[in-house]
Design a protein around this ligand. Sequence first.
Ligand code: PRP
Length: 171
Amino acid sequence: MLKKLFSREDIDNAVKKLASLIKRDFDDEKIIFVCLLKGSFMFTSDLVRCINNPSRVDFMRVSSYGNAMTSKGEILITKDLEENIEGENVLIVEDIIDSGLTLKYVSEVLRKRKPKALKICALLDKRARREVEMEADYVGLTIDDGFIVGYGIDFAEQYRNLPEIYIVEKD
Ligand code: PRP
């Protein structure tokens, strides 16, 4: 059973708050937004529409092994960026931080490419689940443990199309 956790209004407010913090930090500089597929596609499309800086959008996909409800082991890049990020302001856009393993891996990989700045923006942060030290520079909403779907986030590839965010409850 799905129970609504965040409405469209909650999400819009969080996105607007994040956009204004990002805008304040980057001023009018160019930003390369790195959308981590697949979960961040909806969040990225809303966020970039709130930031009118000169910008580029690129996509990266990593996959991790483990089953759907638990956390990950090894992480692999299955789709890399097309942009050269050396000397650029880069903002990683992530839907949710759970164990922190994905962002730790991605930020380490991207840092080696020598961007001018590398920041992380996460819509949702499940702090209690962290397995490695990882703090995003911008966090929209902090949540408790629980399985989340909607607004790009899936359960076995379902529910990504839901416009709001739901928590999956056992029947
Ligand atoms: C989910 C989510 C984050 C990551 C967070 O992605 O979108 O990228 O897990 O978990 P972590 O902090 O424990 O690493 P997933 O690997 O399920 O891929 P998807 O975005 O394609 O659904």
